[in-house]
Design a protein around this ligand. Structure first.
Ligand SMILES: [Zn+2]
Ligand SMILES: [Zn+2]
Length: 250
């Protein structure tokens, strides 16, 4: 880490309220999210399986595209009305974690990884709205299947993004999707690449579709790439330079 990153991390940690507990923050997110998804699945029980599956997958795909769009166009671009989002992400999250240091030392630092506690309520309401629109042609039961899919995508985001910022436990390297996103997100956190590549935080479907993946691979290879660094696009490899992956904890 350079002196600037060391100083920023120390300043940020000093500002975390003493009452903050990362485990409690996570328990709120996953408690609320799992209850919401379980209730939605229960309410969707009367829907035929093909419609249930189509609704669930449609919600996953739309959420993945939405995640890409918000990350690229609101979190990495300063829009005055959404300035707080840009500041929290580009200024704080990307100063705290760079290609030199991607990891946390304690649960208190989950504060800069998880979305704030109120965000899940907003996502829950957004998926009620999208589900209601989806129900217009497909019926009331399909709305609940959509809501379950949308919340599942958000919870997967929190799991995979958090795993991308955990220390180099050996197991993480071998878990499918987790290993892909740890390497993928490290490239995104490279200071020279963060505005242009790997805008997905859950799985890089939209990045593959819209040409912002750092990899020169098909969809299957992109999703299951793991830690491989030998398939970078040439322009990405040039910008990554000699930065080592995994970066270590220095
Ligand atoms: Zn991150
Ligand atoms: Zn970012």
């Amino acid at each position: 880490m350079d002196a600037r990153q060391v100083a920023f991390r120390a300043q940020y940690q000093a500002k975390i309220p003493t009452i903050y507990n990362g485990w409690a923050h996570g328990a709120w997110i996953f408690g609320f999210g799992i209850a919401y998804a379980a209730l939605s699945l229960h309410m969707a029980a009367g829907v035929t399986f093909p419609l249930w599956l189509a609704s669930f997958i449609a919600a996953l795909v739309v959420s993945n595209l939405g995640e890409w769009w918000i990350h690229k166009h609101a979190l990495h671009r300063r829009i005055e009305a959404l300035r707080a989002l840009w500041r929290r992400h580009t200024v704080e999250h990307h100063s705290y974690f760079t290609e030199a240091r991607m990891t946390v030392d304690s649960h208190r630092e989950y504060r800069i990884i998880f979305f704030p506690p109120f965000a899940i309520v907003i996502f829950a309401l957004i998926h009620v709205l999208f589900g209601a629109i989806w129900s217009l042609p497909f019926g009331h039961g399909a709305m609940w299947a959509w809501m379950a899919g949308g919340m599942t995508h958000y919870l997967c985001y929190e799991v995979l993004h958090t795993c991308a910022h955990l220390p180099e436990y050996r197991l993480l390297k071998y878990l499918p999707f987790v290993n892909t996103m740890r390497r993928n997100h490290w490239v995104h956190h490279h200071q020279a690449l963060m505005s242009d590549y790997n805008m997905n935080l859950t799985l890089p479907f939209a990045d593959w579709l819209l040409g912002t993946s750092d990899l020169d691979r098909g969809l299957w290879g992109t999703l299951f790439n793991g830690y491989r660094m030998d398939r970078l696009k040439p322009e990405v490899a040039a910008r990554v330079g000699s930065a080592p992956f995994p970066p270590g904890n220095t």
